[in-house]
Design a protein around this ligand. Structure first.
Ligand SMILES: Cc1cc2nc3c(=O)[nH]c(=O)nc-3n(C[C@H](O)[C@H](O)[C@H](O)COP(=O)(O)OP(=O)(O)OC[C@H]3O[C@@H](n4cnc5c(N)ncnc54)[C@H](O)[C@@H]3O)c2cc1C
Length: 339
């Protein structure tokens, strides 16, 4: 909406902008699970103070959901928020808080009622990362060392573990109603899972190798003329279009206000697994050169393909693992009983 710094565009407009920007490696402010959740569940004050900054990029959110004992089973989270007058006091630990070392704010799930059934005692808070009592420690992954070159589809975003010790935040930082955080968070994640960015990551990786094969040879072997390689690249391109069409379908369902339950889960399975298939193909085409990272003198394209290969595997885990997404598909999409 215009009053919060937007363009009054539709979901399809958003998709088109994301697609065009992502092609040249530029992110779109406000995408992700936080902004749609604020729009749907935030107070007028929260919308006015957070959404314009999220769109312009001045406000960035780290996602503080996962904990050491709560990942796929997120509702088991133990981070506590206890009401004290007009404030909540937060204590606990979050895992894999990507970008927490530079994000301006955190979008955090905490338990506000330990006696309620686990899904019903959770609330969401959004507050500045410079609030006293927060400590961020790096969690280095296979994506971070050595640093990935610019243009890598999974950049070198560092992830972290984040500790909260008597962190006091105003009660106005709560997003949505107390103990309703599970539903607000799940809605935001569901919207995020259909984002064009997921499809575009796969397509960019396909385009990188297709473009490379057009212009390069390996020891005199014209890669782009090899029939087996041409077949495989054509197949990858078709798979990428399936990804794209699934995303567009979800976007139009949302645009029409239709029920939207398992489509994000289906996309969250197809896009990451397509990405892994792409990196396997790249590995077969480039042979040992696909393994050379930015720190190797003999690397190809600054180690782009090697870094993309390592990055491809994380997308099947974060924002809902492919196993959990398949389970959601089975229940909500196919109507099978809970396993
Ligand atoms: C690089 C990276 C960045 C991340 N960034 C963030 C972030 O910014 N913010 C955030 O909050 N979290 C983030 N995560 C965390 C991510 O969402 C979790 O790792 C994920 O939800 C899985 O949780 P877990 O690691 O605790 O694994 P577990 O829950 O222990 O699961 C381990 C494995 O078992 C499988 N499994 C578990 N339960 C079932 C089941 N019932 N049926 C079938 N299979 C099952 C899982 O799919 C997984 O493969 C990130 C993770 C990674 C790797």
């Amino acid at each position: 909406p215009k009053e919060y710094g937007g363009q009054d565009g539709s979901r399809i407009d958003q998709y088109i902008v994301e697609e065009e920007f992502s092609r040249i490696g530029v992110g779109v402010g406000g995408a992700g699970s936080g902004a749609p959740a604020i729009l749907a569940a935030g107070t007028e004050e929260q919308k006015k103070t957070l959404l314009p900054g999220l769109i312009s990029g001045e406000i960035t959110l780290a996602l503080g959901f996962t904990e050491p004992q709560a990942g796929a089973d997120l509702a088991s989270l133990q981070c506590r928020a206890v009401k004290d007058g007009d404030e909540y006091v937060i204590n606990g630990q979050k895992m894999y808080t990507s970008s927490a070392h530079y994000a301006s704010h955190i979008y955090l799930m905490a338990r506000t009622d330990p006696d309620a059934p686990k899904h019903r005692g959770i609330s969401i808070f959004i507050f500045p990362m410079d609030t006293p009592g927060i400590t961020v420690r790096p969690l280095w992954t296979i994506q971070n060392d050595p640093p990935a070159p610019i243009g890598t589809t999974y950049g070198q975003r560092r992830t972290n573990e984040t500790f909260f010790e008597d962190v006091r935040v105003p009660a106005t930082c709560m997003l949505g109603e107390e103990n309703q955080g599970w539903y607000v968070g799940a809605m935001g994640l569901n919207l995020d899972r259909v984002g064009a960015s997921r499809y575009l990551i796969s397509v960019r990786r396909d385009e990188d190798i297709i473009n490379w094969a057009k212009e390069n040879d390996l020891g005199g072997h014209e890669v782009g003329q090899d029939p087996a390689i041409r077949d495989r690249l054509a197949e990858l391109w078709i798979e990428a279009q399936v990804c794209r069409l699934m995303t567009m379908r979800s976007m139009s369902l949302m645009e029409r206000g239709d029920t939207f339950t398992y489509e994000g889960a289906a996309e969250k399975v197809w896009a990451p697994e397509h990405g892994v298939r792409t990196t396997e193909t790249i590995s077969q085409i480039l042979g040992p050169y696909a393994q050379l990272m930015s720190s190797s003198e003999e690397n190809i394209e600054g180690g782009l393909f090697a870094h993309n290969m390592l990055g491809a595997f994380q997308s099947g885990i974060n924002h809902g693992s492919v196993q959990v997404m398949r389970d959601q598909m089975a229940r909500r999409g196919l109507g099978l009983p809970r396993g």
